[in-house]
Design a protein around this ligand. Structure first.
Ligand code: NAP
Length: 313
């Protein structure tokens, strides 16, 4: 397979880059100074694209790569891949489900605890030397709080299972009610928000879920509520979230993802009730290796005419 051209969109995994380089003719997109020219020059060789959650394969890229057969993405979410164009062209698409579920769910719980128990603020309290002036302020209990999951898929279910172990009643909103769970179902995001204290966003980003958390949902959650987002930044109307936090219409937020990553609204920087992460949901050594191995396994299966391991299209 050394002659098969594979385009990697960004240097998001050194291990994956090395393994791709061993097996295929690897094109490093980030080394190109002119995106269009680079694609045009190498279009006769590139048969696969390897993208991630922030740099996938858009309509322009697909249009410039007439030999493209497969997009093997290093992410479970495929919002940065033009799935409609891929379907039209008969381009296969794979992602990396399941292997990252535990890490992302773990991180959601870490964010809940960090926001409610002010873990980052308390760390700053100690390291800034403030402890000698007295005890840290009281925080908010997590165990037993009601948790609403927006999108009860693989990750949403893993979050629910973990929160359940903290004695939290679970409810959810998805497009359809699930027959395999006793968790309470609400038929809209607003109704879910009105009936929980902690709203966790874990759905896929699509046209329908863009800004699914808007002012109405934030207001329904109310001034005691907290929002945790480990989905995608564009699930939330970010200016609305920022003003709710600044004005005290929301008790706190734990955010792993943002609308214009890596740009993060500066108004959030000084707030003790907010914990901000740099889109690291699945970023552990163990999981990133499993994701990389899955990306390669899908490519190899495709070019050996074998069934794909995790096909999405
Ligand atoms: P999944 O199993 O496919 O779950 C996606 C969920 O989204 C399903 O429960 C689906 O429910 C729900 N959904 C889809 N459209 C909806 C709509 N219009 N309204 C309400 N719910 C809707 O995917 P997953 O593996 O759990 O991953 C979920 C998402 O997490 C990914 O798409 C990705 O964006 C994000 N993620 C983030 C990180 C990170 O680093 N922060 C890492 C991995 C994944 P129904 O089908 O029942 O509607």
């Amino acid at each position: 397979m050394e002659t098969v051209g594979v385009l990697m969109t960004k240097p998001f995994s050194a291990y994956l880059e090395e393994e791709l380089d061993k097996r295929f003719k690897l094109f490093r997109f980030w080394e190109s100074s002119n995106r269009k020219e680079f694609l045009k020059e190498n279009s006769h060789l590139i048969r696969a694209v390897v993208g991630n959650a922030t740099a996938g394969c858009d309509a322009e890229m697909i249009g410039l790569l007439p030999k493209l057969e497969i997009v093997s993405n290093f992410s479970v979410g495929l919002d940065k891949v033009d799935l409609v164009k891929c379907k039209e062209r008969g381009i296969r698409v794979t992602n990396t489900p399941d292997v990252l579920t535990d890490d992302v769910a773990d991180l959601a719980l870490a964010l809940i605890l960090a926001v409610l128990r002010r873990i980052c603020a308390c760390d700053r309290y100690v390291t800034s030397g403030s402890w000698i002036n007295g005890n840290f302020k009281l925080t908010t209990k997590f165990s037993g709080k009601s948790v609403g999951i927006l999108g009860l898929g693989r990750i949403g279910s893993a979050i629910a299972k973990r929160a359940n172990a903290f004695g939290c009643p679970i409810s959810y909103y998805s497009r359809s009610e699930k027959s395999n769970t006793d968790y309470k179902y609400y038929p809209s995001a607003v109704e879910l928000a009105a009936n929980c204290e902690i709203l966790v966003i874990a759905c896929a980003l699509t046209e329908e879920t863009h800004h699914i958390v808007n002012r109405e949902v934030i207001d329904a959650l109310g001034p005691q509520g907290i929002i945790i987002n480990i989905g995608r930044g564009s699930h939330i109307d970010e200016p609305e979230l920022v003003s709710a936090l600044v004005e005290g219409r929301l008790a706190g937020a734990g955010l792993d993802v943002f609308e214009n990553e890596p740009q993060v609204p500066e108004q959030l920087f000084g707030l003790d009730n907010v914990v901000l992460l740099s889109h690291v949901g699945s970023d552990t050594v163990e999981t990133c290796k499993e994701m990389a191995d899955l990306v390669i396994a899908n490519l190899e299966a495709h070019f050996l005419n074998k069934p794909l391991l995790t096909p999405a299209v």
